[in-house]
Design a protein around this ligand. Structure first.
Ligand code: IMP
Ligand code: MG
Length: 178
């Protein structure tokens, strides 16, 4: 599919399934090298990261664990600035090597809140892995350690990313038509 329509908007194909999978393999390779023997705890940020975390986690070698947090800061196609913690973490992360997994880091507001909350819980280390990163939109100083693909400041859907609930099941990533 070259173009998809979701609600009132059209989107053009932007990142193919193959490029997505290749970038995930590259991220997994870096994490495997950095966390060898450390039994990292991956924390997927729902809903958007569920496909990325599923594909990434299958490529992680050795002992590793996974848990999920649910937060949301988006309504429509622009960040609202409101961040709601909907599902808290019920796992002890103290002394653990934690890797937060995001679908996309945009302004970084969501990430800052998550990092702030998780840091209180005494992890041994805290890193961030994201499939997509918008450097031009990023307003924070927290390092984004593992980035699949850097993208411009466009609104994207597919492979977990949604436009008001739709588009998450698209296998490729699509860009809002300008
Ligand atoms: P931030 O707090 O501005 O960094 O936004 C992070 C969250 O906003 C992501 O986890 C996504 O759920 C959502 N988001 C940011 N950019 C996009 C986009 O281009 N398409 C769909 N959702 C997005
Ligand atoms: Mg999200």
């Amino acid at each position: 599919m070259q173009t998809v329509t979701l609600h009132d908007k059209s989107f053009d194909i932007f990142i193919s399934e193959q490029i997505i999978q290749e970038s995930i393999a590259a991220v997994a390779q870096q994490i495997n090298a950095d966390y060898h023997g450390k039994n990292p705890l991956f924390i997927g940020i729902l809903n958007g990261s569920f496909l990325f975390v599923a594909d990434l986690f299958r490529l992680i070698e050795g002992q590793a664990e996974i848990s999920f947090l649910k937060m949301s800061s988006y309504e429509g196609t622009s960040s609202t600035g409101k961040i709601n913690e909907l599902i808290g973490l019920n796992q002890d992360i103290s002394g653990r090597h934690v890797i937060i997994v995001e679908d996309i880091v945009d302004t970084g507001m969501t990430l800052e809140k998550i990092i702030h909350d998780l840091q209180q819980k005494g992890p041994a280390s805290l890193a961030v892995a994201t499939l997509l990163f918008k450097p031009a939109a990023y307003q924070k100083t927290i390092p984004v350690n593992y980035v699949g693909i850097k993208v411009a400041n466009d609104f994207l859907v597919g492979y977990g990313l949604d436009y008001d609930g739709l588009g998450r099941n698209l296998k490729a990533i699509y860009k809002l038509k300008s």
